[in-house]
Design a protein around this ligand. Structure first.
Ligand code: MRU
Length: 354
């Protein structure tokens, strides 16, 4: 596929009439509905409950959440709005632990707040959140172009979780590379791991691909090894929730296993993430906090319990892939082959501070 098609139809986050409208990712693809958040508490609950998910999307949503927090604080406390919004900021900060984009976005908003006076901060903060949102889409497009350049024409790709427009401000990270490759030299096949237990691949990635008219083949997570062994995959593309300074990468549970399989079968394994996902304060992957969610996500399927009542479950929702298993890190500031601390640090010389 080539030509003028941009494969960019999906948006999950909209700021409209002083509220955040979130495409509800808990019920896609069978139901397409928006949840409207009008205060920061609702935003934090939407992040925790995964109405919105995906590291950059969480960051963009939290930035708009900070706007809502500031507006309420100004209504309640006038010139003392900054102190009054602290509890809401803390609630947003704690809404999910692994995706560092959440903290990154709130720090960006605090930097903007630091330059504001005692008057109503709403307009300035809305503009800052919208800029952060637009910058994320622009970064994704840049990563898309850089990543697509690494792929053969008519590439056969394997991806994990959902890293598309739903997981970001728009366009996507790893799925942005798929979109750019499709618009450029074409893609022959896109395989999406179903991504147990929450089914981000089977529900969300497949929905995005089908919505764009792109090929979509879903496989059980456990089938990835057999697929790679067949020699039918040119590259594995994944996103990231937090990348340590040395390149160790936390991403959706199952990513580590996929990286081991890709290395075993000699298939390039690419991590696609904006620099806002790199946590330079984290020396290596052992310092990345890994979220564990409700065991029922594993013990039940679509709300129906299928496992014995006496059985327990371990449900870490992210794992850490060691840097040595990553062939390249694709960011908006450039591609780092065989990512290690010096190459990752050098990326920040090319990031324009806002
Ligand atoms: O638990 P989720 O669905 O928020 O996890 C999302 C992922 O792990 C994505 O792969 C990651 O955030 C990168 S998305 C651009």
């Amino acid at each position: 596929m080539s030509g003028a098609v941009q494969y960019d139809k999906v948006r999950a986050i909209e700021w409209r009439d002083g509220a955040i409208h979130l495409l509800d990712q808990r019920v896609l693809p069978s139901v397409v509905r928006y949840e409207v958040c009008r205060d920061a508490g609702q935003v934090a609950a939407a992040i925790t409950g995964m109405v919105v998910r995906g590291a950059p999307a969480i960051g963009v949503t939290a930035a708009y959440g900070a706007v809502l927090a500031a507006t309420s604080a100004f209504a309640a406390a006038g010139p003392q709005w900054r102190a009054a919004m602290a509890p809401d900021m803390e609630r947003l900060r704690r809404s999910r632990p692994t995706a560092v984009n959440l903290h990154w976005a709130l720090v960006r908003m605090e930097e903007v707040m630091a330059h504001l006076g005692p008057q109503d901060p709403t307009a300035a903060m809305t503009a800052a959140a919208a800029r952060l949102h637009a910058d994320d889409i622009e970064a994704n497009r840049r990563m898309g172009a850089l990543g697509a350049a690494l792929l053969p024409a008519g590439a056969r790709l394997l991806t994990h979780c959902n890293t598309g427009a739903l997981a970001t401000g728009g366009y996507g990270t790893a799925l942005g590379v798929v979109r750019a490759a499709a618009a450029g030299n074409g893609v022959a096949a896109v395989y999406a791991d179903e991504t147990r237990p929450w089914l981000q691949g089977a529900r969300l990635t497949a929905w995005e691909l089908v919505t764009e008219g792109l090929p979509a083949t879903i496989l059980a997570d456990g089938a990835a090894g057999a697929l790679l062994k067949r020699g039918d995959i040119d590259a594995v593309l994944v996103g990231a929730d937090r990348i340590a300074a040395n390149g160790d990468t936390a991403n959706k549970i199952g990513t580590y296993g996929l990286a081991v399989l890709a290395r075993h079968h000699g298939v390039p394994f690419y991590v696609v993430a904006p620099t806002s996902t790199i946590d330079r304060a984290c020396a290596d992957g052992s310092q990345i906090p890994i979220e564990e969610r409700d065991p029922l996500e594993v013990l039940a399927f679509c709300g129906v319990r299928h496992s014995p009542e006496q059985a327990q479950a371990w449900n870490p929702v992210f794992d850490v892939t060691p840097a040595e298993l990553i062939d390249a890190l694709i960011t908006e500031a450039g591609v780092v082959e065989h990512p290690r601390a010096p190459g990752i640090a050098a990326l920040f010389d090319r990031v324009t501070p806002r």
